[in-house]
Design a protein around this ligand. Structure first.
Ligand SMILES: Nc1ncnc2c1ncn2[C@@H]1O[C@H](COP(=O)(O)OP(=O)(O)OP(=O)(O)O)[C@@H](O)[C@H]1O
Ligand SMILES: [Mg+2]
Length: 379
């Protein structure tokens, strides 16, 4: 009888233990889920709806090691990282590795790099650089590399090293690809905020890829205040230079105007050396703003500290004497003071400039006359 009792007690104890273990397991599962949820970045779209990008999956759970790549050479270095070309030891595929700068190690990953990884992983378009993976090297998170598709060169390097200038049909091919990439970004409520030639990469097949999303940001409607201290100076719009915080997609379109002008002229069109000097360069090229063409510009935070010179007229036609009226019209629409009146990406993409002769070259022929500029070992 007592044996029976002991057996029953033993059985109950085992049952209790099993319950305890299964409770522990489900608690652990819940904690695991919470940890993963903490790695989910919430991005707010224009409608206020949340778009979720899960960073936990491909990146931090069992990251690949950078040892699987053999570095070939250093191909670029910028504010946020060093870029190498490298070969996947298993597949022999050539990739670009962007080593993330970890300036304040104890603070974890820099926000610009997290932004870049999160945004790039969520985007898929022929004219946007493709992120293949994120790999780690060394102990812990100390060395993190973004693995990207490899591009032959960036447009700044290409322009500096080409023997002949881009033809009009090549410029159209580049501009259309750039606009298609931006159209995709703006449709997904993303402002790039650092469009310039060195952030536009060209593959060996002549495909343009917009890269460097370190400053990119999602934008709502109405836009929430953001820092005006963005975009490389020569490509920075007048509203940013005057301290506007509630800016929007139009800042990218101004940069597109500067890029278009640079392609046509074969040199930067407004290479300012200070913010004030940059504004002066803008005044010289497109005249001085007035409330009729840009209402409210004089109320912008820095407008009072700017010395607006005597009326200077729009000089685009004089500065670009060799281009068609349609090209000037497109340039004018992009380099428009008032962000509300500036061409949107859709207006630019459908502009008649692209429908007049000479027709845009097909991307696969973009490099036909510029094959000598290879950049595997450019730096
Ligand atoms: N996928 C790639 N393929 C080939 N070259 C690349 C690639 N990504 C970047 N590069 C080269 O490395 C340079 C710097 O890269 P990136 O612009 O992403 O870095 P960054 O630190 O943000 O630069 P910056 O602050 O100067 O704009 C590019 O201008 C380009 O020359
Ligand atoms: Mg860059």
């Amino acid at each position: 009888m007592s044996n029976d009792k002991d057996n029953k007690k033993d059985f109950k104890r085992k049952l209790d233990e099993r319950d305890k273990i299964s409770n522990e397991n489900s608690k652990n599962k819940e904690n695991d889920k919470k940890d993963k949820d903490n790695l989910i970045f919430d991005l707010y779209s224009i409608s206020g709806k949340k778009r979720k990008i899960n960073l936990s999956k491909p990146f931090f759970g069992g990251c690949n090691n950078v040892d699987m790549y053999q570095k070939i050479s250093r191909i670029g270095e910028g504010t946020y990282g060093i870029v190498y070309s490298a070969k996947n030891k298993e597949t022999n595929e050539i990739v670009a590795l962007k080593k993330i700068r970890m300036e304040k190690k104890k603070d974890g990953l820099p926000i610009s790099s997290l932004r870049e990884i999160a945004l790039l992983k969520s985007l898929q378009h022929e004219n946007i650089i493709n992120v293949k993976d994120v790999v780690v090297g060394g102990a812990g998170l100390h060395n993190i590399f973004i693995v990207m598709e490899y591009c032959k060169q960036d447009l700044a390097y290409m322009m500096d090293n080409m023997k002949s200038h881009f033809s009009f049909s090549e410029i159209k091919c580049i501009m259309l690809q750039l606009l298609r990439g931006i159209q995709y970004l703006h449709k997904h409520f993303i402002i790039h905020r650092d469009l310039k030639l060195s952030n536009l990469l060209i593959t060996s097949k002549g495909i343009l890829k917009i890269a460097d999303f370190g400053l990119a940001k999602t934008c709502g409607d109405p836009p929430c205040p953001m820092t005006p201290n963005v975009v490389t100076l020569w490509y920075r719009s007048p509203e940013l230079l005057l301290g506007e915080k509630n800016y929007s997609f139009a800042v990218d379109m101004w940069s597109v105007g500067c890029i278009f002008g640079e392609l046509l002229k074969h040199r930067p069109i407004m290479p300012g050396n200070t913010e004030m000097n940059q504004l002066q360069k803008i005044f010289e090229l497109i005249g001085v703003p007035n409330p009729k063409i840009w209402s409210g510009f004089d109320k912008l935070p820095l407008a009072r500290s700017v010395r607006f010179p005597e009326q200077k007229y729009n000089q685009l036609k004089i500065e670009f004497p060799h281009v068609s009226d349609n090209a000037i019209d497109l340039l004018n629409g992009l380099l428009t003071y008032d962000p509300q009146k500036r061409f949107t990406v859709n207006q630019a993409i459908h502009h008649k400039y692209f429908k007049e002769s000479p027709w845009p070259k097909a991307p696969e022929h973009l490099l036909d006359d510029h094959q000598h500029t290879s950049s595997l070992n450019k730096k």
